[in-house]
Write a protein that binds this ligand. Structure first.
Ligand SMILES: Cc1cc2nc3c(=O)[nH]c(=O)nc-3n(C[C@H](O)[C@H](O)[C@H](O)COP(=O)(O)O)c2cc1C
Length: 333
């Protein structure tokens, strides 16, 4: 797949997820086979003024390229200024978020609120395309709610304004993350445009990727919650898509090794204080695929430093057995 000037090796990509898709996480997903990785949404107003937190979120390492930086906002000028910063940070693509359902953003008329106003989205895309030389893509939902499917029109207008690809989360903004996605909207967006269409929603195991690509005709898939604690889903899906063998799930020891690697990366990236606070969540995603999850969850609450954490992971992961495929993934993040 080609997104503007950027060549993407295969269709299986990492979806952006706030509080998850930090640089060490993205690098790990890349190493496990994601073709393209995307950082979390950042407010364009913060990026445009190079706010410290925004700039930290906007860090990228050469090893993860091609990488996507994502911004949200409603003012075309501000979005264009922010996109220039994303480009200057070394991202290969800038993605514009018109999908976020959180109340704070909707209240400001940003993110998913713009799915009711395709013309406003087109104006923003046009301004950003003029401002940067990297490809500009957009992340949208099916529409503001179940009754109004604006995605095909948004995609059409955005393509006319110069967008290089469209990524559709197959739920409405009103749905937020609750309930099943409706993949059929992705097929309709695919009909509406000639630029690549990617989609996401409800991918929980490798076989879902095959079904998704077949049913929607999409050029790519973005895996969201399905890769939390399970970076192996990328290689497993890639093998199935290529018609190859089913790759067996990793052993408990391999899960422990990869979790420890991710956590070391989080300590480097966030520093001790914040990384320690994140430990229970980061590690529970991995432990959910193994027996005695309740035991791990209660032990992790008592961990106060990285040494205790390493010991707990070594001991716990050596004493448990894998559960059956994907049974550990929760629907609600
Ligand atoms: C915790 C969380 C944070 C998310 N943050 C973002 C974000 O920053 N930007 C974005 O475009 N989508 C975001 N999404 C949506 C995902 O990119 C993706 O479209 C969605 O999770 C797909 O659905 P699935 O998780 O059911 O596969 C987020 C999703 C979750 C679960």
């Amino acid at each position: 797949m080609r997104i503007g000037s950027v060549s993407v090796a295969h269709p299986i990509t990492l979806a952006p997820m706030e509080e998850h898709t930090n640089p060490p996480f993205r690098l790990l997903m890349k190493q496990h086979g994601a073709s393209l990785v995307c950082g979390e949404r950042i407010d364009a107003c913060d990026v445009a003024k190079r706010d410290r937190r925004a700039m930290r979120l906007l860090s990228t390492a050469p090893g993860e390229r091609p990488a996507v930086g994502q911004i949200s906002g409603r003012d075309p000028h501000e979005m264009a200024e922010a996109a220039k910063v994303v480009e200057s940070q070394g991202f290969s693509i800038v993605d514009l978020n018109f999908e976020c359902p959180i109340r704070r953003l909707i209240g400001r008329g940003e993110g998913g609120a713009l799915m009711s106003d395709p013309a406003a989205i087109a104006r923003i895309v046009e301004a950003v395309v003029k401002a940067v030389s990297i490809p500009v893509t957009l992340k949208i939902r099916s529409g503001p709610d179940g009754e109004h499917e604006t995605a095909p029109e948004v995609a059409r207008l955005a393509e006319r304004s110069g967008a290089a690809a469209v990524d559709v989360h197959a739920r409405s903004v009103a749905q937020s993350y609750v309930g099943g996605p409706d993949w059929s909207v992705i097929a309709r967006v695919k009909q509406a445009v000639s630029v690549p269409v990617l989609g996401s929603g409800g991918i929980r195991e490798a076989a879902d990727v095959v079904r998704f690509l077949k049913e929607t005709g999409a050029d790519g898939v973005a895996i969201g919650r399905g890769c939390l604690g399970n970076p192996w889903i990328f290689q497993q899906a890639r093998s199935l898509v290529l018609g190859g063998a089913t790759i067996a799930p990793p052993s408990a020891a391999e899960r422990a090794r990869v979790l420890l690697h991710l956590v070391e990366g989080e300590f480097d990236y966030y520093g001790n204080h914040l990384a320690l606070k994140r430990l229970p969540r980061t590690s529970c995603y991995f432990a959910k695929f193994l027996s005695d999850f309740a035991g791990f969850r209660s032990s992790i609450q008592k961990v106060r430093n990285i040494q205790d954490f390493r010991r707990l992971v070594r001991e716990h992961f050596a004493s448990v057995v894998p559960l059956t495929a994907a049974s550990g993934v929760s629907e609600t993040d």
